[in-house]
Design a protein around this ligand. Sequence first.
Ligand SMILES: Cc1ncc(COP(=O)(O)O)c(C=O)c1O
Length: 390
Amino acid sequence: MSALSRREWLRNTGLGIGASVALPGLLPAAEMARVLGGGVSYADMLAQLERDVTTARRAAGPIRLSFNENPFGMSPKAKDALMNSWGQHTWYMPPIREEIRRTFAQHVGVPVDHVLVTQGSSEVLGILALAYGMEGGEIVAPWPTFEDLPRWGETLRAKVHRVPLDHNLDHDLYTMDAKIGGSTKLVFVCNPNNPTSNLADDRALRDFVTTVSKRTPVIVDEAYFDFVDVPGHKSMVDLVLKGESIIVSRTASKIHGLAGLRCGFAVARPDIIAKLSQYVTGDPNVFGLHAANASLQDIEYQTFVKQKNAEGRTMLLDTLKKLGKKAAPSQTNFVFFQSGKPVEQLQKHFLAKGFQIGRAFPPYLDWCRVSIGTPEEMRQFVAELPAALA
Ligand SMILES: Cc1ncc(COP(=O)(O)O)c(C=O)c1O
């Protein structure tokens, strides 16, 4: 593909916008280096991305602070990898399928046979429900949480025990444990949890997962692991390596900004991976695999996104504190706070100001979930908060 047509392609498809001016920050790294001129570092490119991305997002409609997406999109190096894989879309079994398995295994420190690559981490949850939660079985999950596994369970006519979060918005591990019986096929935990954004107490969750997995498989959803800022915080992947019946799910949708390209991962014992493999419904697409493979190795980009997310998150949490609003201690790319108003009212207010925010999460009907945008977007958003919450 020529440089010009690549530029056109990106202009029309990058971040889903049809920006009428070329925004260098949205280009792949190789192209950006050419446009910005010699001697440009990767840090310069990321700074350019930050300068351009809000303009592009504004041009696309209301700023999306609703689905916990990465406002910066995919890394410039991931765009390079995607563009360079052009042509492989005609292949079955592209070599990247095994390559990304190796990259991810290395990334989380497990042997390759402990990894399954899926169409987003939602597919991990779906195939777990298929593999373990079939008719007559029971599933235990906190509530509210990410809904896919409970929903899949109910579709498959499993009985789902939704255990309300405790008064700190934490998993009520004691009650969850009490709900586990002879028919329980699967226990779900989500850490950090969505929609609440908080991280479970590490010791308590580890003890719970270790003990419970001796009775029934436990799925630990770590979609937001990459945003956690607690020093020394560890994934539960090490428990998988101890041979427990634990499945950890991770995703390329969040810090890697690839939600639309559908790439996720399960980490589990090889026998569990083999069982889950029997239920996959298709293969992830080749562009997503190339982009995710490059992004997993692009540590500078992950650090950049994490820092910018922390910047925007602090801005929002500080403003809420000044306004006297209660918020969960977020360790994710979103914040959950008690606005004191029906969320529909806030959604309407913010839409009129050009922002789309999260929906209601019963029973927390006067709470609101706001995904973190770029620092510039968050500056604009927090300036609106006093009027919105008055
Ligand atoms: C906790 C959690 N798990 C899983 C997912 C699914 O992500 P994906 O299927 O894009 O990997 C999400 C998406 O928002 C989520 O919040």
